[in-house]
Design a protein around this ligand. Sequence first.
Ligand code: NAG
Length: 171
Amino acid sequence: MIHNYSMVLVFFLFVASSHAIPPQQVNDICKQTKNPTFCASLLNSKTNADLADLTQYTIETALANVTNTINLINSLIAKSGNNGNLASHYKSCFGNFRKALEDVDFSMVLFEREDYQGVGAAMSRVETDADDCVSGKSPSDYNDPSLLPQYCAVVESVASITIILSKSLSS
Ligand SMILES: *[C@@H]1O[C@H](CO)[C@@H](O)[C@H](O)[C@H]1NC(C)=O
């Protein structure tokens, strides 16, 4: 009895540890991203996950964050009524994030197809679209007093993590 039980336990531990990626690998991945601290806290919040699980998790997080950003932009557009510069800034960001939403959706399809290079390419377009909303072409370089630059930074960070994860998966 005891013997069988310990065999099962050893087997379980083996399966669990071969599935999850080691903490050092999380650090190595996060070092390559824009915000290593943010990256480590996001990836460590998903326990016992392999590279594919983490990639899927970051794509889902990107979807939530892009959706939140679009909702924020909609409320900012509604509030910016008679301020022309601000309104056109938010409208141009809205266009960027509509594209970003399509790319995040597409990256889910690519992930299902195990096209990890495609996932990386789609996520680098998301990163660029979010970045252009903060530091891109005029009037996007408008000094924005809202929460939008912070939301854009979160989207950029999550996209950059997904890019590194998908590179590790396709190599
Ligand atoms: C990003 O998504 C995560 C997971 O849903 C959430 O915890 C976080 O608050 C979101 N941040 C923004 C800025 O949307």
